[in-house]
Design a protein around this ligand. Structure first.
Ligand code: ZN
Length: 262
């Protein structure tokens, strides 16, 4: 998760277990208006065998479908699904098993993703293939539910996706605007609060130099314009803001301020 940053630095704020595992979330965002229900990100899903669940120490309570049910939202009511990219930890709940068959979970939704990402995910080069699982994607493609976009696009009034490449070439982030307020959902550009430091780039990133460039650009803009942030992989989801203390990013959340180690 921290790329070239040595463990001696990251373990001070992300304690790990004996297998070097740290706690992470796969957080989604639900946006509702009078006429639209939008889901951003689809987590790791539930189509895993016990061996994989044990290896990753997955805590299965509070899964996406349970949360939606708790909120009184049926999967069929979702009009739009927005995905930052299609790695398995972001697209896992796009499909579900039904009577032995794997089918789209959000059958009435258009699924928004960058075209570059979709092309790569459906026929991935060998180096990236393990991150894209056909069972999460092919049933959605076969049902013609993907609605790829090319570049920055307004999906609904006030809801825009912007390319933020680096983690994958087709990675995108989401900006939700209301008047002069902006909420940003970054996907794996800034996966956890600690990743606000530009050099904290994941080893998974296909083009770390590009991620670094994108992070610097968006960090400057988001701090300047005081955007709210949501972190996909924060262990516990929260909305925070990032301010600069000199050149050092400081996170302010409703539950107090966190000063990530520099
Ligand atoms: Zn991820």
């Amino acid at each position: 998760m921290f790329g070239v940053v040595p463990k001696i630095l990251w373990e001070r704020f992300y304690p790990c277990d004996e297998k070097n595992r740290i706690q992470l979330g796969t957080n989604s965002l639900l946006i509702r208006s009078d006429s639209q229900t939008v889901l951003v990100e689809a987590g790791i899903g539930e189509k895993w065998n016990q061996k994989w669940l044990d290896m990753h120490a997955v805590e299965r309570e509070n899964g996406l479908f349970d949360k939606l049910e708790h909120l009184g939202v049926a999967p069929q009511e979702i009009d739009t699904v927005i995905l930052t990219h299609l790695h398995y930890d972001h697209s896992g709940s796009l499909t579900r098993e039904r009577e032995g068959e794997i089918v789209p979970a959000f059958e009435n939704a258009r699924h928004i993703v960058q075209k570059t990402e979709l092309d790569m995910a459906l026929s991935p080069p060998a180096r990236v293939a393990p991150s894209y699982l056909p069972e999460n994607l092919q049933p959605v493609q076969d049902a013609h539910l993907f609605d790829p976009v090319d570049g920055p696009s307004e999906i609904l009034p006030g809801l825009e996706v912007v390319p933020t490449p680096g983690h994958t070439p087709g990675h995108q982030s989401l900006l939700l605007r209301d008047g002069d307020r902006t909420l940003a959902f970054w996907g794996d550009l800034f996966p956890t609060p600690q990743h606000v430091h530009p050099p904290y780039v994941m080893a998974f990133d296909l083009d770390p130099a590009r991620t670094l460039e994108e992070k610097k650009k968006w960090l400057a803009r988001a701090t300047d314009e005081q955007w709210d942030w949501i972190w996909t992989h924060a262990p516990t989801p929260f909305i925070g803001r990032v301010a600069l203390d000199g050149r050092k990013p400081v996170i302010e959340s409703r539950s107090g301020s966190i000063t990530p180690d520099s």
